[in-house]
Design a protein around this ligand. Sequence first.
Ligand code: PHE
Length: 330
Amino acid sequence: MNKWYDEIKEAQSVDTLEEIRLAVFGKKGVLAQEFAKMKTAPNEEKSKIAQELNTHKSSLMNEFTARKITLQTLELQEAMKAEDIDVSMFSTTSQSGALHPVMETMDRIVEYFSSMNFAVKTGSMIEDDFHNFEALNLPKYHPARDMQDTFYFKDEMLLRTHTSPVQIRTMMNNKPPIRMIAPGAVFRRDYDITHTPMFHQIEGLLVDEMGKVSFANLKFILEDFLKYMFGDVDVRFRPSFFPFTEPSAEVDISCVFCSGKGCRVCSKTGWLEVLGCGIVDPNVFEAVKYEDVSGYAFGLGVERFAMLIHQIGDLRSLFEGDIKLLEQFQ
Ligand code: PHE
């Protein structure tokens, strides 16, 4: 009998303990066998044997129950340890998000002009004919309206084709001087590798007393800005035309792909066009009822900057939401 006490104490698993239980307490277990033997024992010894066996039976049962609880607790602890999740551990598969290259480029441009004390102004994407065209010296039937293929709603409302209406609204609501940029989405009926129906512009406007603003001021800040964005590039101003500025210029930088030697991207010219600008046309000031002021304005396409900075070939790929492209900007 005594060996079973040790067996129970030393059992290492609930399963082994169960085998022992059957061997001791089972129908054909040792206790049953001992009780069976008792029947053949002399009568006067029977009660003594029965007493001993019953004492063993209850002691063994106590041992068994105690060991079972210990083993079950241990096994539960083991199982919990195995299933334990360390919530503070880094996962190797998680990926962090990133700003879209267009937004990141926009932020950098805004950062530059904010540091130069330009206020950031925004406006509505749905505009009327007056603010988008008329006040910008683009009267009805003016041929230059064709430069901007417009999405129209009824009642002379439209999707703004540039962020210039924000300048008109800012001037109409504020007295000069003005020093502002207007970043935002604009819309034109265009779609090919360098045009999408929606894209982003940043326009700048500076207005001060008559005679205080010159083309030299404009040239200085744009050159400084382009070097901030593209590093050590050459900058050149080419005469151009915009209805709302006179004189007007388009601004080129030396090609960032071939350093001005001439390649496929710059059509072998060595130059890339990046901006439009000019001295604000007096007709614009008349439309917003400003007197005795002078100013300069400029406008640029944010996607174009992003494409040149990140060497992206097809503008449309910026709007396809392809995770493989976006992952490269983390
Ligand atoms: N608004 C012009 C465009 O969208 C850009 C521009 C702004 C040009 C200001 C000159 C001055 O084409």
